[in-house]
Structure formats: C-alpha cells, structure tokens
Design a protein around this ligand. Structure first.
Ligand code: SF4
Length: 120
C-alpha cells in the first residue's frame, strides 16, 4: 500500500462485523470504524501478515466412515492454507484420539494440527 491509500474491510473477530478502514501512513496505519481494539489489530494484520485458523477433518483409519474434526492450534499464514490442506489430505489417525492430541506437528512450519473432538 502507498501512503495515503485506504482499504476497507469487515472485521471477522466477532459477529458484530464492524466495517473498518485502514489508511497507510508514514508510520504505519490509522484504523477507523472499529468498535474495539481487536478491530485495529485485525486490520493491520490483514494488511501486513494475514492469518487464518484452518478447520477441517481427517479420516480415522480404524473406524470405517469416521472423520475426526481438527484445526490449527493457532492461526497460520493465509498463503499457506492450501499447502496445509494438501498436507492434511494424506493424514489419517487411529482411534482412540483425545481432544487436543496433535494430529500433525508444525504444518507448513507453523502451528500444529490438533484434534477438536475425541474418538474412543
Ligand atoms: S472491531 Fe471489535 S466489535 Fe467490531 S467486529 Fe471486530 S472484534 Fe467485533
């Protein structure tokens, strides 16, 4: 972004969905439209290093037709989501699995993929 350029976006941190505007300045960004500080943090992150929490499922090899819900333990770079999904496409787990178990460590060099459910 060039100095003086503005970008408008919807904050996705809560259901209110504030429309926030970030203006690039020589020192960083001026963010307006946010109802709380999380909106400013979100807008700056979106423009400098956008991240997302990945949620999906993996197959349970020893339970026919069963899938385990999983997610990243912390948000990962938005640009790595596709590679993370590709890495997960070959992952299977064996029951029992407990919520919080690491299914795939440091996917794409970032967060662990952890189970968000349990299978006895
Ligand atoms: S700025 Fe705050 S109140 Fe508005 S959507 Fe984001 S988190 Fe919710």
């Amino acid at each position: 972004m060039n100095i003086g350029e503005k970008k408008e976006m919807i904050c996705i941190n809560c259901p209110i969905g504030c429309v926030v505007t970030a203006e690039k300045t020589a020192d960083g960004f001026i963010v307006t439209g946010n109802t709380c500080p999380r909106g400013e943090k979100y807008a700056i992150s979106e423009l400098t290093h956008p991240t997302r929490t990945l949620t999906t499922t993996v197959r349970v090899a020893n339970r026919e037709g069963a899938y385990l819900p999983v997610k990243t333990s912390a948000p990962i770079s938005k640009e790595k989501l596709f590679d993370a999904m590709k890495a997960l496409s070959t992952v299977t787990v064996n029951a029992p699995v407990e919520q919080g178990d690491v299914v795939l460590p440091a996917v794409c060099g970032e967060s662990d993929i952890i189970a968000t459910g349990s299978i006895k």
